[in-house]
Design a protein around this ligand. Structure first.
Ligand code: IMP
Ligand code: MG
Length: 174
């Protein structure tokens, strides 16, 4: 069945919001530097755009996680597919995600990163689907709250497709 993509957030809206978050982070971390941890692959487009708009010194690192078998839904345990290259010791870490859905992945990941001795760990997500939350996660910086729709673009995929769309679209099957 061929799917159709309906625009939810335009490129202009997304860019404007990323600029605002960049300004906010630059103010909040004035006089410090930030270490951005991108969760691959979805967070990569957002992180690059955001990093360009932060005016305090920025360093970046990447990590990739996946579910343990099909059982993560219940356990919430994630497997590290690619770990960070750099230590987090004494850094001001901001985890960059594409979307917080059930919150299971993030909840696990934030605990794990917190145990590596950073000064602090904050969470920044482009999208938030609060209706779907199963595990509570504190979101420090948020682009948009969206309804319970499956979305693509700006790094988010449907079956590995559509990550390159410069806007956020909803996948429709009618
Ligand atoms: P959760 O918060 O642990 O349920 O998982 C969030 C992850 O599921 C995100 O990082 C995305 O990779 C993926 N995901 C959740 N909702 C969507 C969506 O609407 N479109 C694309 N990927 C999604
Ligand atoms: Mg993700």
């Amino acid at each position: 069945m061929a799917e159709r993509i309906e625009v939810l957030l335009t490129e202009k809206e997304v860019d404007k919001r990323i600029q605002e978050i960049g300004d906010q982070i630059s103010r909040d971390y004035a006089g410090k530097s930030v270490h951005l941890v991108c969760v691959l692959k979805g967070g990569s487009f957002f992180m690059c755009e955001l990093a360009k708009r932060i005016t305090v010194p920025v360093s970046i690192d990447f990590m990739s996680v996946s579910s343990y078998g099909g059982d993560t839904k219940s356990s919430g345990v994630v497997r590290i597919v690619k770990d960070l290259d750099e230590s987090l010791k004494d850094k001001h870490v901001i985890v960059i995600e594409d979307i917080v859905d059930s919150g299971r992945t993030l909840s696990y990941l934030l605990d794990m990163l917190q145990s590596r001795g950073p000064q602090d760990v904050k969470l920044c997500t482009l999208l938030d689907k609060p209706e779907r939350r199963v595990v509570e996660v504190k979101v420090d910086y948020k682009g948009f709250e969206i309804p319970d729709e499956f979305v693509v673009g700006y790094g988010l995929d449907y079956d590995q497709k559509y990550r390159n769309l410069p806007y956020i679209g909803m996948v429709k099957f009618d």
